[in-house]
Design a protein around this ligand. Structure first.
Ligand code: GLN
Length: 540
């Protein structure tokens, strides 16, 4: 039962991209720091069942959970801040809600009644929210509602919030995040857009309890009072959210604005005295006062998109802070890299990361970058497609297997060193059918990977259809490749390393999804360390 669970909804008004995910994550962090257990969920109003089939131009990176859900990238923030794994239940779309309702209707579970948005769709949304509460694991369930109030597609979600507030009383709190723009010509902060967006919520029957105002200038007392007065909240419930230098500053900014105390008081929860943010502050201190700096090349085909490699960027923030090092990421479009220009494009880098991806665009450039990293002994991390490209590069340029390839890029290659997994051969549908989620991997003692993790048995998350072709294991091993990680259940090669190289690691899985502030990912930590050594900036 979820009798004592408190439900916090976070809605957005005026504009998208105000940072609902970061506010939700920061609140979760503060509540945790006060000793509560918290989970965060995202409700996305679009019709795709999940973002797994969306391309990065539409929706940035697709994040993957341990249980194999392909999710919105905000779940990455939730995990990075709260260090608590999310799951299928933490990201629900309109598509999923409708699919569940329609399946029930086909099974006859509605007993001949007319199936409608209210109550059937809203009941299903409610069920998805309370499912997390009913696990018995959490004191607070924070539910972020995607989109902006007033959007046609978010209507059933806001209606669900209205019903839950009515049913749960003060166990349900609504935080509305809005924008307070500064008009340069008038020299003023403006509260009108916030008033209008709160009116929009009120039209749908929802009175927000707390209003968080995203702003580029501090909110003065006058404007806080005005927002309070026009939006029916007390002035202490108008919270300033100034633009921050780093997303990781936001929990401390929200602490100073007492967002957590507002939430606790509104839900009738006694405010514990303890607020333990010691480790968070230590991390921030390392982040803000680095002693060293390295430049890492991020080679991918989506580099112009800010969010396409979100988790990789954040994993470098964590791994860098752990090494007291600022990691400067230089994004390089793989389509532009050729054998001729690789030297001039890559020679200043202290490390090279080849990104995950699908399809053949930019592949040859990735392979050239890997060749350069291998030959010039620059630390290298290849993730998923990046690891597969490393296998192709090694086959072509070391093993002299001309035209070796992945069958994803060339189905007729004479040397299919990367090939479609057996289990994928009968797959017809694209959605949710890759090898997804966490699988075991056994590491080889003495390998760079083992050195990083310090244990033999690990579990990492996956999202792929192709794999290293086991027929090539022998020839790779005989020629200097270490198969450093193997999945013990199905004997799949998870990690390749080059022995005669300071740090060359290709992984079939996605380490970036598991990196958090509390537990920076060991491969990123050691990759940054190797980059420091390459640069000659060693502190040890
Ligand atoms: N396209 C490759 C595969 O499906 C790699 C996927 C990835 O990089 N996530 O196996």
């Amino acid at each position: 039962m979820d009798k004592n669970v408190k439900y916090i909804f976070v809605t957005g008004g005026v504009s998208s991209s105000l940072g609902k995910g970061i506010i939700s994550s920061s609140l979760a962090k503060l509540l945790q720091a006060r000793g509560f257990s918290v989970t965060i969920q995202k409700l996305d109003p679009y019709i795709n069942i999940d973002p797994g089939t969306l391309n990065p131009y539409e929706h940035g990176e697709c994040y993957v959970t341990d249980d194999g859900a392909e999710t919105d990238l905000d779940l990455g923030h939730y995990e990075r801040f709260s260090n608590t794994p999310t799951s299928q239940a933490n990201n629900v779309t309109t598509g999923r809600i409708y699919q569940n309702v329609i399946d029930k209707e086909r099974r006859g579970e509605y007993l001949g009644t007319t199936v409608q948005v209210v109550p059937h769709i809203t009941d299903e949304i409610k069920r998805s929210v309370r499912l997390l509460g009913k696990t018995g694991k959490y004191d607070f369930v924070i539910t972020e509602i995607g989109g902006t109030v007033g959007d046609i597609e978010s209507f059933p979600f806001i209606e669900t919030v209205r019903q839950m507030k009515w049913e749960l009383g003060n166990r349900c709190v609504v935080i509305h995040l809005t924008l307070v723009p500064y008009l340069r010509a008038a020299g003023e902060l403006k509260s009108k857009p916030t008033q209008h967006s709160v009116k929009k919520l009120l039209e749908q029957g929802v009175q927000p309890d707390i209003i968080v105002c995203r702003t580029e200038r501090p909110l003065h007392e006058g404007i806080k009072n005005k927002i309070a007065q026009f939006c029916n909240v007390v002035p202490t419930s108008v919270i300033e959210s100034l633009d921050a230098e780093s997303i990781y500053d936001v929990p401390l900014m929200m602490r100073d604005e007492k967002l957590d105390i507002e939430v606790l008081e509104k839900t009738g929860t006694a405010v514990p005295e303890k607020l333990d943010l010691v480790n968070w502050e230590r991390f921030l201190n390392n982040l803000k006062h680095p002693k060293y700096e390295v430049t890492i090349g991020l080679i991918g085909k989506y580099i112009e998109l800010k969010d396409a490699y979100k988790s990789i960027n954040e994993a470098f923030v964590h791994g860098g802070a752990m090494n007291q090092t600022k990691v400067k990421i230089r994004s390089i479009q793989s389509e532009n890299i050729t054998a001729e220009n690789a030297g001039s494009l890559l020679n200043e880098l202290n490390g090279i990361l080849v990104a995950p991806g699908f399809g053949s665009r930019g592949i040859e450039g990735k392979i050239e970058a890997i060749r350069y990293a291998r030959e010039k002994k620059i630390p290298f991390l290849g993730i998923c497609l990046g690891m597969q490209c490393a296998a192709v590069e090694f086959s072509r340029n070391v093993l002299n297997l001309k035209d070796a390839d992945s069958t994803e890029m060339n189905p007729d290659t004479p040397y299919p060193v990367i090939d479609l997994m057996e289990t994928q051969k009968k797959v017809k549908n694209l959605g949710g059918t890759m090898r997804l989620g966490a699988y075991n991997c056994k590491l080889k003692p003495g390998s760079k990977s083992y050195e990083a993790y310090g244990v033999e048995d690990i579990r990492e998350r996956h999202r792929h259809r192709y794999e290293f072709n086991n027929e090539y294991r022998k020839i790779f091993e005989e020629n200097g490749v270490r198969l450093a990680g193997i999945n013990p259940e199905d004997d799949l090669v998870e990690i390749i390393e080059i022995k005669d190289h300071p740090w060359f690691v290709g992984v079939q899985f996605h380490p970036e999804y598991r990196s958090t502030v509390k537990q920076p990912h060991p491969l990123f930590v050691n990759f940054v360390k190797a980059a420091l050594e390459h640069k000659g900036d060693t502190k040890r």
